[in-house]
Structure formats: C-alpha cells, structure tokens
Write a protein that binds this ligand. Sequence first.
Ligand SMILES: NC(=O)c1ccc[n+]([C@@H]2O[C@H](COP(=O)([O-])OP(=O)(O)OC[C@H]3O[C@@H](n4cnc5c(N)ncnc54)[C@H](OP(=O)(O)O)[C@@H]3O)[C@@H](O)[C@H]2O)c1
Length: 350
Amino acid sequence: MRVAVIGSGIIVDKFIEALKMTKGASLEAVFSRTDERASAFATKHSAKKFYSDMDTMLQDPDIDTIYIASPNSLHFEHSKKALQAGKNVINEKPFTSTLQETKELFDLAKTQNRFIFEAITTIHLPNYQIIKDNLSRCGNIKILTLNFSQFSKRYLTYMAGQQTNIFDPKFSGGSLYDINVYNIHFVVGLLGKPKSYKYYPNIGTTGVDTSGVLIMVYDNFVANLIAAKDSESGYMFYVQGDKGTIRVSESSSGVCKNVGLFLQGDSQPDGIAKFAGFSIEDAFRPIGIEQKQHMSYEVEAFAGIIKNNDFAAYEKLKKQTLDVMEILYNCRIDAGIKFSSDDLSKGGSL
Ligand SMILES: NC(=O)c1ccc[n+]([C@@H]2O[C@H](COP(=O)([O-])OP(=O)(O)OC[C@H]3O[C@@H](n4cnc5c(N)ncnc54)[C@H](OP(=O)(O)O)[C@@H]3O)[C@@H](O)[C@H]2O)c1
C-alpha cells in the first residue's frame, strides 16, 4: 500500500507514524494547498514527494492509496476524485456529509474495482475485540452509556465570533458528526443497528450542534450516547448487563487502553463484591491487553484487505459505515441541522 496523504493536521502525523510501523505500507507523498506547506510537511515526515495540485498527484503511478483528512465536507469530493483516478481511499470520519454521498462512493469504488475505507480507529483495536468477546459475560444487556465530552479550544474561537471549520455548516461540522460518530461506531460495531434513535442537540449560533445526546433503542436495551465540544466530563463507556458490567475508562475515540469487567458476585482477589459495601468502581478487573500505536491496527487491516482482495472483510466494514452514516444523517436531518452539502446535492453551491 503506497500512500499519499491529503491534509496536514495532527491526525495526519499520527496516521503517517502508523503507516511507517506497518509492513507492506509506505508513505509516497503528501499534499497541501500551498507548495510551501506541502514542502515543509514532506520534510517533516521524510516523504519522497510533495504536491500542491491534487489532480497531478492523483496521476502519480507510484501512489495506489489516498488517505483523506481534509475538513468533513470535502471528504466526498476528494474521495470521488481519488477513486476516479483509480486509487484506493482511506477516508477520515465522518465518512461524508450525507448518506447519498456515502452510497455513491461505495458504488463508484465497486465500478472502479477499488476499495474505500472509513478511518475509524477504535473498531480495529484488539481491546475492542476483547470487549466484544466478553459481552456475553454481562448477561442480558440493559443499558449502554457513552460520554465523549471534550471542551474544544476551537469553541473559544467560535464563541469569540470567528468561524472555525468544526462549527461551520459549510464544512459539515458539529458535535454529532465530529465526535458522537465515535460513540455510534462503538455501539453499532458491538451490537448492530438500533431499531430506532433520536438526537437531542444543543444548537449553537451557526446552526450546528456544539453538544448533544443521542438515544438509540434496541429490542431489549437502550444506549445513551453523549458528546460535547462545548463542555467537559470524564470520558466513560459502560455496558451494563444483569450479570456484569464492562467499562472503558476513556472516550470511545481513544485507544481502549483501560478495559475492565465486573461480574455480579465477584469476590476478592478477582474483584470485590459490590454488595460487600465497596464501590463498583473498585471492582473492575482489567481484561485489556497492552496495545501498539492506536492507528497502526486500522492501517494493517486496510493494507491486508487490499493485498489479499479480502472482500469478506471489506463488506463488513462497508456495512458498518453505511449503518453509521444512516444514523448520523437521519439524526441530523431530524434535528434540523443543515449543511451546505445538502443544498449542493440539489444543485446549490458552497
Ligand atoms: N480519526 C481520528 O482520531 C481523527 C482525529 C482528528 C481529526 N479527524 C478527522 O480528520 C479530518 C481533518 O481534521 P482536522 O482537525 O485536521 O481538520 P482541519 O484542521 O479543519 O483541516 C484539515 C486540513 O485540511 C486542509 N484544509 C483546511 N481548510 C481547508 C479548506 N477550506 N479547503 C481545503 N482544504 C482545507 C488543511 O490542510 P492544508 O492547509 O495543508 O491544505 C488542514 O490541515 C476531519 O475529517 C476530522 O474529522 C480524525
């Protein structure tokens, strides 16, 4: 997998780090909108080439895969161009602004005989698989609670009346698309698509949500997904069942570093019985493992799928992205959050 990257934010640094750790993957080129920035970014990462013209880069035969970390609203356009040029695509989250765009990209990838992936880190982590493997130990699941609240420095800029991509409807910003998407992937990856859902947003001055609560209802349990860019909370992820509870003591976007399991009736030394008067917080036993750099697992997965033409694995990831995009899009529209790309699909312009 010979990769060129679009975007020069912090996440691209992390992605390149992961790329360099992965056998069968290499960094071929970087793209930035000015020659100056492209050259500096190439030097920073020892990239062989740099480009400031995307069309020229997409003609480079040494590149077979494009990683896209541009602002959300540009994911569709950049992915489409890359697929049309015959490249595979690794597209950052949220995959696109609308469900229609997502479907169009997957169809195009099929026509072009190429792969397109969503770079959603958590679902590729070994500790996520461990959570999955231990779910049945919780018995009948009753409640899931995820809280990914992270006060954004860009919120201060926004509150000062300056525009910033992440709170801009022109760039498909807002808390639901930016960070609640991690929570949704986390739950859908474990338990599938909910039977119904509703999003309750706090809408800011630009018309997008700065925080909000998404309720996802399943046959026998309910999930409460909280995300905020305008306020803080401790990160948390809990699956509560009638036999036990799994906890990840960090956000669902993170690395699933601290995964714990509490079983009803546990007693020392494995745990401390809740009913013995101790807090449940003390009673979780660690079940996670020590992991590598968190993005390296997704890079390995994508490189493997491309190398082996592993369509079974690809279809699984594609279904998850489609399910999540359906939830994101329907919640956004139902909550009255409008993006400029909604008009674009009807012939409007940014
Ligand atoms: N997976 C994760 O954990 C994770 C973490 C953070 C972010 N992300 C995702 O990665 C993407 C980028 O996030 P970010 O915070 O880096 O976004 P950003 O700062 O808004 O923009 C990313 C890059 O796009 C280019 N850009 C900025 N404004 C542009 C414009 N108007 N037109 C064309 N290009 C523009 C800039 O690169 P140049 O100036 O070099 O062209 C910039 O570095 C987002 O989709 C975000 O959701 C994922």
